[in-house]
Design a protein around this ligand. Structure first.
Ligand code: V47
Ligand code: SF4
Length: 374
């Protein structure tokens, strides 16, 4: 969007002085403060936020909307933790399962003739599996598909498997890199405020550990993503605090690829009584994240979670990435009540979805290089 057009829209809106001041900062490419962030959540309406977020989105990414070709592997639902928002981990022995190394390799082999560029591996924190166990699996995947990018294990899984092998964070990540780990997904971040964290996932790795693992990975040349689980018991101030910590770390390392807001889904978990956020709240949240995280190149909407239509709408609220053309290979969200219960989109579907929203689809690899059309 042309800056003059965006300014005109904001001017005509006759917004109050506080909001006008924030808009000025954004048009001047100045950073907004924690207080500005909270004010946006509390006061700003949808049209104001969409104009500003769209301005930032188009300044960084034009009309381009990225997607990649990936598939997911979830190694196990056995988990030592009991996060109260989680619908995925096994509640008892009878419902628990684990893929062994052969099962995982068979899944990768099933994609032999398919031009996927990434495998995304996340699951529960299994008490008996260490870094070497998963490292060998990564090594086998690379042996049969050296071209594939392995994005694997949340900081929470990494924290456990590295400690179990008796390594420091730096040693463990270096070892996993040797095995073939290419990048780290953004999960496990939830909300960094420790008071909230204690109430939603009290035993698991705390916010300092999450941030420390991502910082150490970045220093070793392993890029990563970041997420925020929103819409449960957190306040707006908690969300902005979370974004601020990520923005600070990105200032230091510059190695976060993308930020992914994750809307809390309330099926089959201990927080089922919490009402899910509305579409308006979700779009506002995408926009504020886009505006606040001025040093993140990409904001991703995870379409299997929010559904295809909301994903299309999000492209006018700061989002420039729709993640992958996954087939039905993830259970984490369908169990939590995701909009799309059998998520599946091929390249043509995802391109059409983007074109219908009047944006330009670009296939990317995991580190945002453009994949040439074949
Ligand atoms: O950390 C768990 C979230 C995350 C629920 O890096 C829930 O490209 C909503 O890491 N409602 C794991 N969310 C997923 C993850 C991810 C997803 C998409 C893209 C990327 C990426 C990473 O899933 C967990 C947690 O925050 N989660 N339960 C729930 N009921
Ligand atoms: Fe385990 Fe992850 Fe579920 Fe927490 S969110 S219980 S760490 S699988």
């Amino acid at each position: 969007m042309n800056i003059e057009v965006a300014k005109q829209i904001i001017k005509k809106g006759n917004y109050d002085n506080d909001l006008q001041n924030i808009a000025e900062k954004i048009f001047n490419k100045e950073r907004i403060t924690f207080e500005d962030g909270v004010l946006l959540y509390e006061k700003a309406g949808l049209s104001f936020l969409s104009s500003l977020a769209n301005f930032v989105r188009e300044s960084k990414n034009y009309d381009f909307t990225y997607y990649n070709r990936n598939f997911h592997i979830e190694p196990t639902n056995i988990c030592i933790y009991k996060c109260r928002f989680c619908s995925y981990s096994a509640k008892d022995k009878a419902s628990s399962w684990e893929l062994n190394a052969d099962d995982i390799i068979a899944k990768v082999n099933a994609y032999k003739e398919i031009p996927v560029t990434e495998v995304h591996i996340v699951g529960g924190v299994h008490p008996d599996r260490d870094l070497h166990y998963y490292g060998e699996i990564i090594k086998s995947i690379k042996a049969i598909r050296p071209d594939i990018h392995v994005k694997a294990f949340t900081a929470v899984e990494l924290d456990f498997m590295i400690k179990k092998a008796g390594y420091s964070v730096e040693e463990g990540l270096a070892k996993l890199k040797e095995y073939g780990l290419d990048s780290i997904p953004g999960g496990g971040a939830e909300i960094f405020n420790e008071n909230i964290r204690t109430q939603i996932c009290h035993q698991k790795s705390n916010s300092n550990v999450w941030l420390k693992i991502h910082e150490a990975a970045h220093k070793l040349g392993i890029p990563s993503n970041a997420t925020m689980l929103y819409g449960h018991i957190e306040t707006y101030a908690d969300r902005v605090d979370h974004l601020l910590k990520l923005r600070d770390l990105q200032d230091k390392t510059g190695m976060f690829n993308a930020f992914i807001p994750l809307k809390f889904k309330n099926k089959n978990n201990e927080f089922s009584e919490i009402k899910e956020t509305s579409l308006i709240e979700d779009l506002k949240n995408y926009a504020i994240c886009r505006i606040f995280l001025d040093n993140f190149a990409h904001i991703k909407a995870y379409w299997p979670m929010i559904g295809k239509e909301t994903a299309q709408l999000s492209l006018s609220f700061g989002v420039d990435d729709l993640d992958g053309t996954i087939d039905d290979s993830t259970k984490i969200y369908s169990l939590a009540g995701a909009e799309d219960q059998t998520p599946s989109m091929n390249t043509d579907d995802i391109k059409k979805l983007i074109i219908d929203a009047k944006r330009i689809p670009i296939e990317r690899d995991s580190i945002y290089n453009v994949v040439p059309e074949n």
